[in-house]
Design a protein. Structure first.
Length: 229
């Protein structure tokens, strides 16, 4: 019995020693904190937009001019075409310069003009409803099918306005528009004056008279436009 008691005492001492060693080792354990995604602050990258981007554009515009000087007899329909090159500021404003050819019943004009347009609805990256204003000066000449024999022909100011709808297909732009065009033209011609010689019973040609003709041509414009960006 005495030996059994000694054995039990030795086992108890060994267990207590192992327990103390475990406790002493445990003080060196440092738990790793787990971070959730909510604790991480994500850095937001700035959103890049093209609101202030400047880009190049051009278009070719062709259509009809409808109207007349004296509509008592008939309304004339003539041809008009032009091209405009310029820049787009932001998403809606377009500024450019253009050159064109306009035909009328008695005249042909070559307008050189500045152009500005604004997208009322939509923008350059979408379909858009726009307004356009052109202002410039045109050189004029007599239509080859007239025989008025003008001596001096001078053009004048040209103003055109248009409202239209533009459709985007990738970088291609197609638009239909309706508006008005105003063009000034002036020309001069000469004709002789005659008087009758009663003594010799004949007509005598006198000095030449000079007449200046000024016309203000107002037309309805119907246009189709094909362009890039």
């Amino acid at each position: 019995m005495k030996g059994l008691g000694i054995f039990i005492l030795m086992v108890s001492v060994t267990v207590m020693a192992l327990a103390q060693d475990f406790d002493s080792d445990s003080i060196y354990y440092t738990p790793i904190e787990k971070f959730s995604n909510h604790n991480l602050k994500e850095e937001k990258l700035p959103v890049v937009t093209d609101q202030n981007k400047v880009s190049y554009f051009f278009f070719i515009q062709s259509g009809a001019l409808v109207g007349c000087k004296d509509c008592t007899f008939k309304r004339e329909i003539s041809f008009s075409t032009s091209t405009v090159h310029g820049i787009t500021l932001g998403n809606k404003l377009r500024i450019g310069a253009g050159i064109g050819v306009d035909t009328y019943q008695n005249w042909q004009t070559l307008p050189i003009f500045g152009s500005i347009s604004w997208d009322l609805f939509g923008n350059k990256n979408k379909n858009a409803l726009f307004i356009q204003f052109n202002y410039g000066w045109a050189k004029a000449r007599e239509n080859k099918y007239t025989f008025a024999n003008y001596q001096e022909i001078d053009g004048g100011s040209m103003i055109s306005t248009q409202v239209g709808y533009r459709i985007r297909y990738h970088d291609l732009r197609i638009a239909l528009g309706v508006g008005s065009k105003y063009q000034k033209v002036s020309a001069s011609y000469q004709y002789p004056s005659y008087y009758y010689d009663y003594i010799n019973n004949r007509s005598i040609e006198g000095d030449l008279n000079t007449v200046t003709l000024r016309e203000s041509l107002k037309r309805l414009s119907l246009m189709m436009t094909i362009g890039w960006k």
